[in-house]
Design a protein around this ligand. Structure first.
Ligand SMILES: C[S@@+](CC[C@H](N)C(=O)[O-])C[C@H]1O[C@@H](n2cnc3c(N)ncnc32)[C@H](O)[C@@H]1O
Length: 257
């Protein structure tokens, strides 16, 4: 049986190919290989094509939990953890939450872990993502935003959370190589100005939320001002902006009046 490549050798191959966290990636690939040298080589080859690490290892850590991430499904990003935590804090212990655009189901899963008595539903338009979310134990439904939700949820939801596509269509080509080559544009395409899905998330949240319920959205840059008018029109109060430790805008919390 071939010898398993030394950790440093894997690290240097990844580093030479420009992977910034080569040491950590090498460790995760070796772990995923289960000590099988042939398998490790195949995993390295996949990574060298730019395939997302989480697809190769099959999971990622998010808010301290292991999230299964299947091939083709958006890989949850560390910055989205802030949104998950904000949504969990706002969710009553026996409340109801909806995660639209759930992808792997990462946000919904964190809500369920932190509020085990709550009812959490999730939706995604991509059946591959829905299957992955279900694998993560999430009650996920396939369809456009709020459309698959049971009618009985109207006006009864405490928290809507969304990390939705927000890249202007014309800018999709500038996404980093891994993204552009391997992932689906459905996960990123936010229409002409990047805010088409965000606006629909806002408009659809108002009818499902109870009065005082919270809409928690992942947003960046000037997106809070881009959707400010939409929030007002849909019946939300002035949103609180979620800022990270570097002072960057990461999202909003808006209450339904
Ligand atoms: C940026 S990814 C975020 C996934 C997940 N919320 C996360 O943070 O890991 C956006 C997700 O929205 C889904 N999506 C795009 N358009 C949608 C729509 N109209 N309705 C429901 N889901 C949609 C995509 O399939 C993708 O899984």
């Amino acid at each position: 049986m071939p010898q398993v490549l030394a950790g440093s050798s894997v690290t240097s191959r990844l580093a030479a190919a420009g992977f910034l966290s080569a040491g950590e990636e090498a460790r995760l690939l070796r772990l995923a290989s289960g000590g099988d040298a042939v398998r490790l080589e195949a995993l390295i080859e996949r990574r060298l094509t730019g395939e997302p690490l989480a697809w190769i290892t099959g999971s990622i850590r998010f808010c301290g939990a292991d999230i299964v991430v299947r091939r083709g499904v958006y890989v949850p990003r560390p910055q989205t953890e802030l949104i998950a935590k904000a949504a969990a804090r706002l969710l009553p212990h026996e409340g109801v939450a909806v995660d639209v655009c759930t992808g792997s189901g990462a946000l919904a899963k964190i809500l369920a872990l932190r509020r085990p008595l709550a009812r959490i539903l999730a939706t995604d338009i991509d059946p591959v993502a829905v299957a992955c979310a279900v694998e993560n134990g999430v009650d996920a439904l396939c369809g456009d935003l709020y459309e698959p939700l049971p009618a009985g949820l109207r006006g009864a939801v405490d928290v809507v959370v969304a990390a939705a596509p927000d890249v202007p269509t014309a800018e999709l080509m500038f996404l980093q190589r891994d993204t552009f080559t391997h992932e689906t544009t459905t996960a990123y395409d936010g229409g002409a100005d990047g805010a088409a899905v965000l606006r629909r998330v806002v408009a659809g949240a108002a009818p499902v939320l109870r009065r005082g319920g919270a809409l928690v959205m992942e947003l960046g840059g000037d997106e809070p001002s881009v959707i400010a008018e939409q929030l007002r029109e849909a019946g939300f109060g002035v949103p609180r902006i979620i800022i990270d430790s570097d002072g960057d805008v990461r999202g909003i919390v808006a209450r339904r009046r």
